[in-house]
Design a protein around this ligand. Structure first.
Ligand SMILES: Nc1ncnc2c1ncn2[C@@H]1O[C@H](COP(=O)(O)OP(=O)(O)OP(=O)(O)O)[C@@H](O)[C@H]1O
Ligand SMILES: [Mg+2]
Length: 329
């Protein structure tokens, strides 16, 4: 199948002028300005097939937003190829604009002083959405996101979660095939995060939309994305399935158990590194291949009230990938 998104050796260099501090600095810089460059994206390549839900992960400043902006045509790449839906995004052809959407959790695209419905109607005009389709999509989306009764409320009066839901509706009214989501759950409470996750999951499944999602909440990635792309300092560190990420990097598991009686930590240490201890509850790291053997020994030696074996969290794994890289650099 031909990929719906494809980038090859994509590079983005930002240039800006160094400003000397203070008023004198400002005056000096009128005559002599020193130009500085940052390479935010340093040659990234990947291909995404129709219908994929990809998690795009990396620490602050990794180049995620810059990449999404190049994919949606807001930024012109310094070099490399970018192809989305058979278009060069930076050419901003109307035919392309009608087929994708970009939602940024940190930016408000709705009119602040107007009710959300007014912004929706504006999008209807911009994207030339036929009446029947507009009505159908609006009904469906506002039902799914449970915002029917707030469509007439001024956006500035909405809660963050309600506003984010309205942002999503605004972005999806024209039935885009490709969706770029830049931290859509940022700052939301757990319930709203879940509501948005469930919605995105269903949207991807039912409409077959292709989605790239960036998030610092690993729950988002874990629940939604089969595939994960990890970048750091503008470079690709990992591209593969979520599951492979686990097996590749996780040669250990975590065993958490609560003992019936108080036991000295020294007696536990022999089984594995203690990650945490709270009263009679211990969490230890053990080699994957010794899971059965070690848990058996613990159960044999102590009276155990409760025992759980976990795969390691993706947070831990990603942190390990970044630390490994730093040590190699
Ligand atoms: N307009 C700009 N001018 C100059 N440098 C920029 C500009 N926008 C971003 N940068 C720099 O480019 C790098 C990548 O930024 P980007 O916003 O893409 O990171 P990010 O992965 O989205 O980070 P975060 O997780 O914090 O959102 C950073 O070093 C940032 O300071
Ligand atoms: Mg960003």
């Amino acid at each position: 199948m031909k990929p719906i998104i494809s980038i090859k050796n994509l590079v983005k260099q930002y240039s800006y002028y160094k400003k000397q501090p203070g008023l004198l600095g400002s005056i000096k810089s009128l005559f002599h300005r020193e130009k500085l460059y940052v390479e935010a994206v340093k040659g990234i390549s990947f291909e995404i097939q129709p219908g994929e839900f990809v998690g795009f992960v990396g620490p602050n400043g990794a180049g995620k937003t810059t990449t999404l902006k190049m994919l949606s045509g807001i930024l012109y790449p310094t070099s490399g190829d970018v192809d989305v839906l058979n278009h060069k995004p930076f050419e901003r052809e109307p035919e392309f604009q009608k087929q994708f959407a970009l939602v940024m959790g940190q930016k408000n695209q709705l009119w602040w002083d107007l009710p959300a419905i007014e912004s929706f109607l504006l999008n209807k005009a911009i994207y030339e959405i036929p009446d029947a389709l507009f009505k159908k999509n609006l009904d469906e989306l506002s039902e799914l996101l449970d915002i029917k009764d707030i469509l007439d409320v001024q956006v500035r009066k909405l809660s963050l979660g309600q506003r984010m839901k309205c942002e999503l509706v605004a972005a999806l009214l024209h039935s885009p095939k490709v969706l770029f989501l830049d931290e859509p759950t940022i700052g939301l409470d757990v319930i709203s995060q879940n509501a948005i996750r469930e919605f995105l999951k269903a949207y991807n499944k039912e409409k077959g939309a292709t989605i790239i999602l960036t998030s610092h909440y690993m729950q988002d990635i874990r629940r939604l994305c089969d595939r994960v792309i990890i970048i750091d300092h503008g470079q690709l560190l990992y591209d593969g399935t979520y599951d492979a990420l686990h097996t590749q990097y996780s040669d250990s598991k975590t065993v958490e158990f609560t003992l019936a009686n108080r036991v000295d930590a020294k007696e536990i240490e022999v089984f594995g590194k203690i990650l945490s201890q709270k009263d009679r509850t211990f969490s230890i790291k053990i080699p994957r291949e010794k899971t059965a053997e070690i848990t058996g020994k613990i159960l044999e030696k102590f009276q155990v009230d409760d025992i759980v074996i976990h795969e390691r969290d993706i947070e831990e794994i990603i942190e390990e990938i970044f630390t490994d890289k730093k040590m190699r650099d």
